[in-house]
Structures are given as C-alpha cells and as structure tokens.
Design a protein around this ligand. Structure first.
Ligand code: KIV
Length: 265
C-alpha cells in the first residue's frame, strides 16, 4: 500500500470512494491501525479524556499532544498522520499557530486538524497551507467550543442551520483545507453539505453520506468505558479482556503459578 496523502484523499472524493479515520495515541496501536489499512490516523485531542483522564478536551496542551504525535508517527508507514491541535494552540495569533502546527509536522505528523470557523480561523488556515501544512477542518459540534455552544448539542438541525454550516465549509474549502470533519450533525444535513463540497467530509456522528467515517479507537475497542457516544460502534470488549488478563496474572502471582520454569533465567 502506498502512503496516503492529500492527493489520495482528494481522489477518494472524486471517485466517490469511502475512506476510514481512527484515532490513536500510542506507538503500537498506531502500528496496528496502519497495518489494518486505516487511511488517516488522528492523534485526537480526545486523548485528554481517553488517555489522560481529564474532564474535557480543553485541558490538554501542545506539549502533551507533541509526545503522542511523536509516538504515533513512529508506528505509521502508510496512513496519513494528523494531529488535532489543542485548545488555544492556534487562537492567539498566526505566528504562534504556525509555530505550534509546524512543530507537529517536525515530529512526524502529515497535517493538522483545527476546529471552528471565523475570519481569523480562515487566515490561520491560509497561512498554514501556504507554509506547507495540510489542514483538516472541523465543523458542526466543535468540542473546544463546548462552553460557548452550551454543552454537547447536535448542530445543523434545521435547513437554515445546515446552510450556515455549508457556508462555513465552503469558506474553509476556499482557504485550503483538504477535508472537513462534521461532528454531531443530522444525517440529512451532512448529506446536503457533503454533496455541495469539493473536499471530502468526515463523519463523526453525522451519518452515512459523508465521504469518510471517524471514530475514537478506544470506543471501537470497547476499552474506554466512562461514556459511549450514540454513534460509536463497539467492535470488541477490551475493557473485560484487560480485566481478565490482570485478574489471572494477579491470581497466578499470588498462588505461585507465575513464573514457571520456562519463564526464568
Ligand atoms: O479528538 C478527536 O478524537 C476528534 C475526532 C473524533 C474527530 O476530534
């Protein structure tokens, strides 16, 4: 399999072929997702909650995202590696945005994801793309704006609201994004938006008509259990697998069954 690039992603859109996106936060998970043929591996700021146990994604910073970016990039050969830029890492001024995003590229990412829409965000996107940094946009429910949005709420419910997201998406497209995540948008609205864009849309709870689907890997593995979004499909039960392994080890240590003669020097 060849390396997935912005060109591959654009070709998927043009040929109406679906592509897959999963999050990863560590070297070995990233390696397996890559081996499985996942197209884009996202170091999502969801790691704040999933890997670090923080209450919201807004608590994670550039230093932490850098560590996870380096680890994931080391495990990946073919997938496109995208780092989700954390809260306030691109909001203060353009030089800081370019520096923080550029740092992720230096650590091995192939692009960055930034949330939201404003005149300032459009300028940031243009400057990043001009600097050689591919940008994935993110509209609909944008977790970094949790406080201004007033909670976890579905976005784009009415025709008018869908038109507004489409207007924003077209501006992001014009600024140079290579794809756009649509989060918690009703399926019909996401379909309308997708059909009217040249760049692919990536559904995060936005239904089947988007060009791609993204999920948090710990949700599909059944590992993260604090909550489960309605749109996340659980493919395994890693939580109980880990519990079983740990219980057996605990018992084996305490009963003297571990280590055996084959497990010693
Ligand atoms: O942080 C994240 O994992 C995300 C995706 C699920 C889109 O932003």
């Amino acid at each position: 399999m060849a390396k997935v690039t912005v060109r591959t992603i654009q070709k998927y859109k043009e040929s109406n072929e679906k592509f897959s996106v999963l999050t990863a936060y560590d070297y070995s998970t990233a390696k397996y997702l890559d081996e499985a043929g996942i197209d884009i591996i996202l170091i999502g700021d969801s790691l704040a909650m999933v890997a670090l146990g923080y209450e919201t994604t807004n608590s994670v910073g550039v230093d932490e995202m850098s560590i996870f970016t380096r680890a994931v990039a080391k495990g990946v050969k073919n997938a496109m590696v995208i780092t989700d830029m954390p809260f306030l890492s691109y909001h203060t001024d353009i030089p800081t945005a370019v520096k923080n995003c550029g740092n992720m590229i230096k650590l091995g990412a192939n692009g960055v994801k930034i949330e939201g829409y404003s005149d300032y965000i459009l300028d940031v996107i243009k400057r990043l793309v001009d600097s050689g940094i591919p940008v994935m946009g993110h509209l609909g429910f944008t977790p970094q704006f949790l406080n201004t949005l007033g909670g976890y709420r579905i976005q784009g419910k009415t025709q008018e609201a869908a038109e507004e997201i489409l207007k924003q998406a077209k501006q992001l497209e014009k600024a140079g994004v290579f794809s756009i995540v649509l989060e918690m948008v009703p399926q019909d609205s996401a379909k309308y938006i997708t059909e009217n864009l040249k760049v692919p849309t990536i559904s995060c709870g936005a239904g089947k008509y988007c060009n791609a689907q993204v999920l948090v890997s710990d949700d599909i593995f059944g590992k993260f259990s604090d909550f489960k979004p309605k749109f996340a499909r659980k493919y395994a039960d890693m939580k109980n697998l880990i519990l079983d392994c740990a219980k057996q080890f605990n018992e084996d240590v305490k009963s003297g069954k571990f280590p055996s003669d084959e497990e010693i020097f």
